[in-house]
Design a protein around this ligand. Structure first.
Ligand code: GYE
Length: 384
């Protein structure tokens, strides 16, 4: 347990924050360092940066647009302070801190990159990481969290499989005085039950995908499309559907032929797309809630004798390496980025909580968008 160090660090931080005149806004936007290099990505980041200042924070988050090697730490650490920003990494606090992390599973390339990043960052800061994987099952994830509570870890972090059903276990953690940090996905529980939620704005991701489709098919009279949804009940599946419908729901020429879960996996994406292809001969467009399902669908489309990216256009979310390669190869038409590199921010938050600092209740990751040309440019410096 690291509480003694924490008190000293908290004092130093309080003085620093006072000196920097840090604001008291309780949300923050920082980059996960995905490093979009394209013009479109740059303007996307700039928009997010504008949103940041609208929210009253003073982050320099947009400044890494166009640079492939900026990192979350660079951004957040340089602005520091309590309240509106995550505090900088405090290595002394993190060294030996016991953090229980309950991961969703290993359903996708995104998830593997996220797991690798969290493990590598924990190692870098000598955190004693207790890592479990729930294999996509909420019951297993709850059991892990209960074990962390019994063990008396310093902090519990998890990426919730689905949005609902967390109240009881979060209350247990609170009763045991163990702070909880959410990464990647949201829950519908009262925010007083956790310290912060670090991750993407999935509604915005869905809106970006919808906006691309609207422009791409501007001249078409009718667009028949299908959707491969993520894990049913998960925040990214709920919100990516909502964002898309925000843009296209009122566009009558866009006709949703079918929408079904492919569980964020390549195999299920392939199977469900096979079903769609057998039933609907006239699909113009596929919206896949992640790259992996899009990649599975590509196999199904090719097996059906059609050309992905041409006969059936594809837009997906994540921008993991395999997705970006398919985009550069012309098989996917557009990808909205969702960065899995949440490790730095997670351990900034862990350190802040252990140091007794106030941390923002919501940390939104800045992300770009890629067309085929932009994917070719970005691939050589892509970190995942
Ligand atoms: O998009 C998908 C993964 O929660 C953002 O989960 C994450 C999503 C990601 O399986 O590939």
């Amino acid at each position: 347990m690291k509480r003694r160090l924490a008190v000293v660090a908290a004092l130093v931080a309080a003085l620093t924050a006072a000196a920097c005149g840090s604001n008291s806004d309780n949300s923050s936007t920082t980059s996960a360092g995905a490093g979009p290099t394209s013009a479109a990505a740059t303007s996307a980041a700039a928009t997010s940066a504008a949103a940041t200042s609208d929210a009253g924070t003073s982050s320099a988050a947009g400044s890494d647009a166009g640079s492939a090697d900026a990192s979350a730490t660079d951004t957040a650490a340089s602005s520091g302070g309590a309240g509106g920003e995550l505090p900088p990494i405090n290595e002394a606090t993190l060294d030996g801190a016991v953090v229980g992390f309950a991961q969703v599973g290993s359903e996708s390339g995104w998830r593997s990159a996220n797991t690798d990043d969290i493990k590598a960052t924990a190692e870098k800061y000598k955190v004693d990481l207790q890592f479990t994987s729930a294999e996509g099952e909420q019951a297993k994830q709850i059991a892990s969290i209960k074990t962390f509570i019994t063990q008396g870890v310093d902090v519990i972090a998890f990426s919730p499989v689905v949005e609902t059903g967390w109240d009881a276990v979060l209350q247990e953690a609170k009763a045991a005085n163990i702070p909880v940090i959410l990464t990647d996905r949201a829950v519908d529980s009262d925010p007083s039950l956790y310290k912060t939620f670090i991750g993407s704005d999935f509604i915005k991701e869905g809106e970006k995908a919808g906006n691309w489709a609207k422009t791409e098919f501007a001249d078409a009279d009718e667009v028949n499309y299908v959707v491969l949804e993520g894990t049913t009940g998960s925040a990214p599946a709920n919100d990516r559907a909502e964002g898309w419908d925000n843009i296209l729901g009122s566009e009558t020429k866009f006709k949703k032929l079918a929408s079904q879960t492919g569980k964020f996996t390549r195999d299920d994406g392939k199977k469900v797309m096979e079903g769609f292809l057998a039933k609907y001969p006239n699909i113009d467009l596929l919206y896949a809630h992640n790259d992996d399902m899009g990649l599975g669908a590509i196999e199904a489309i090719e097996a059906a004798g059609k050309v992905p990216g041409k006969d059936i256009k594809i837009v997906s979310v994540d921008a993991v390496k395999a997705g970006m390669e398919a985009l550069a190869a012309g098989k996917i038409n557009y990808i909205v980025e969702c960065s899995p590199l949440l490790g730095e921010q997670l351990f900034q938050a862990v350190g802040g909580v252990l140091d007794g600092k106030e941390i923002p209740a919501r940390v939104i990751t800045i992300e770009g968008e890629f067309n085929q040309e932009q994917a070719k440019e970005a691939l050589p410096t892509r970190k995942y």
